[in-house]
Design a binder for this molecule. Structure first.
Ligand code: PRP
Ligand code: URA
Length: 209
């Protein structure tokens, strides 16, 4: 599973345990999701390309390093993905942000598209699709297909908790996409919720039910 990166950083693991707890309220859940996204962004950008650049410090000249590859874009899958955007932007403040609106129909479990607005130059950017949960994979597979249909070539997907079923579906349908996962859980239940998971991420971020 060479394109699957499960994060083993202790801070990420600690914070994921915190958001899994059923007693963690919305305010604390939301801020921890943001912190996890920032830490995951740090890990998922380790391989970005650098180039040498000559600069002058107050003490003299030197050759420093600066990012040289594609510019970045962050695309949350609405609505729960919104919870990860600020944490990502804390790490890469110059990134542009697009939005894809999808929800999972509770009966059919199929993703229903309702919105798509991307930065104009998305096809030239390295696009990070973010969503806290990868369950059946229906939503992320559809979101990534929407990006590909609009000409986006470099795509990474980041989620906080994934089920094996969703990982397999992403690998089957988008094997070119790098997957960054905070924790790989055991399975889906009969309603396609991740077990042990954390419940409904969107409801817990926004305090809805
Ligand atoms: C959740 C979650 C993912 C999707 C994962 O969103 O945030 O987008 O389900 O499930 P899947 O892998 O089986 O598609 P939901 O549809 O509940 O919408 P929300 O973000 O508006 O709460
Ligand atoms: N969406 C969620 O928010 N949680 C799950 O466990 C599965 C899908």
């Amino acid at each position: 599973m060479s394109n699957v990166h499960v994060m083993d950083h202790p801070l990420i693991q600690h914070k994921i345990t915190y958001i899994r707890r059923k007693d963690t309220g919305s305010k604390d859940f939301r801020s921890a999701v943001g912190e996890i996204a920032a830490l995951m962004c740090y890990e998922a950008t380790r391989d970005l390309k650098l180039q040498d650049v000559e600069i002058e410090t107050p003490m003299g000249k030197m050759v420093g390093k600066e990012l040289s590859g594609k510019k970045l874009a962050i695309v949350p899958i609405l609505r729960a993905g919104l919870g990860m955007v600020d944490g990502m932007l804390d790490m890469v403040p110059a990134a542009k942000v697009g939005h894809i609106g999808l929800y999972r129909d509770p009966e059919t479990l199929e993703p229903v598209e309702y919105y798509c607005k991307l930065p104009a130059d998305s096809s030239e950017r390295e696009v990070f699709v973010v969503d806290p949960m990868l369950a059946t994979g229906g939503s992320s597979v559809a979101a990534i297909q929407m990006l590909k249909d609009k000409g986006v070539k470099s795509i990474r997907f980041m989620c906080i908790i994934a089920a094996p079923e969703g990982v397999k579906r992403m690998q089957d349908e988008h094997s070119d996409v790098e997957l960054y996962i905070g924790a790989l859980d055991e399975k889906l239940n009969d309603h396609a919720y991740i077990v042990p998971g954390l419940g409904d991420a969107g409801d817990r971020i926004f305090g809805t039910k």
